[in-house]
Design a protein around this ligand. Structure first.
Ligand code: NAD
Length: 247
């Protein structure tokens, strides 16, 4: 990633922060974007990234993030549309406001970032876009209808964009993380032990394990990978738990 220019949304916490860190460790120049100004600025200062306060649900703000990055560095190599919000809500208790909020950030935010970056990278003739979905978009959890729906939509939208942009030298992929210990997960011992026990691999992921997968999708090693959804979930959606057939 030496001297590549990378934008990471949702970079103030969790996977976005880990992605910014691994990109910088590989020599990239990173622009970190987040709605959380204080944390984003502090992390950017600590790791040597630029910070642009950005609400990804605002298309004008996302356009400005991308255009200002392109103007500053003269190029854009990688766009990581990672910002997301989570709320588990039973169907019958889901309000219109809940629905709009999750769609605005998790789907529209990723769409705006894909479109804005798409304009720049297709004009250049090269670039990679990596959108963060979820294994919940493939194998939804009960009581997470809207969240799961937004993530399934991100996968489908990204695959369509991958076909459209492939002839222009641009790759579009998604990563579908499984349970990851980040700002989205309550940091309480009982919850973490429960989440660990649900993973075939035995523990919930560290964000750096996901960031390594994003790094692969962004890199030249993935030059023939497009339209792919990379599930990184410790086997959580590989199948069903064993059924005992003997007493
Ligand atoms: N944590 C998990 O178990 C898990 C599992 C699957 C997928 N994901 C996905 O991974 C991505 C990263 O989440 P995380 O786990 O690192 O959570 P996190 O809460 O630690 O980080 C999310 C970041 O997004 C930012 N953000 C929220 N709304 C925003 C907006 N409108 N504009 C800009 N930034 C905004 C937050 O301020 C925060 O810094 C999300 O898309 C999430 O849905 C997480």
């Amino acid at each position: 990633m030496q001297d590549k220019v990378v934008i990471v949304t949702g970079g103030s916490s969790g996977l976005g922060r880990a992605t910014a860190e691994i990109m910088i460790s590989e020599g990239a120049r990173v622009v970190l974007a987040d709605v959380d100004h204080d944390a984003g600025q502090a992390i950017s200062d600590a790791i040597g990234a630029d910070f642009v306060v950005t609400d990804v649900s605002d298309p004008a703000a996302v356009d400005l993030l991308v255009s200002s990055t392109q103007q500053r560095f003269g190029r854009l190599d990688v766009m990581c549309n990672n910002a997301g919000v989570f709320t588990g809500m039973p169907l019958l208790e889901t309000s219109d406001a809940d629905l709009d909020r999750l769609i605005s950030v998790n789907f529209k935010g990723v769409f705006y970032g894909t479109r804005a970056a798409g304009r720049v990278v297709t004009a250049q003739g090269f670039g990679a876009i990596i959108n963060t979905a979820s294994n919940g978009g493939h194998s939804p959890t009960e009581g997470m209808a809207v969240y799961s729906g937004t993530k399934g939509a991100v996968v489908a939208m990204s695959k369509s964009c991958a076909m459209e942009l492939a002839p222009k030298g641009v790759r579009v992929n998604t990563i579908s993380p499984g349970t990851m210990l980040s700002g989205m997960v309550p940091n309480t011992p009982g919850i973490i032990e429960m989440l660990n026990s649900l993973q075939p691999i035995g523990y919930a992921a560290n964000p750096s394990q996901m960031a390594a997968a994003i790094l692969f999708l962004a890199s030249d090693e993935a030059s023939y990978v497009t339209g792919h959804d990379l599930i990184v979930d410790g086997g959580a959606t590989a199948g069903r738990p064993a059924v005992r057939t003997t007493a």
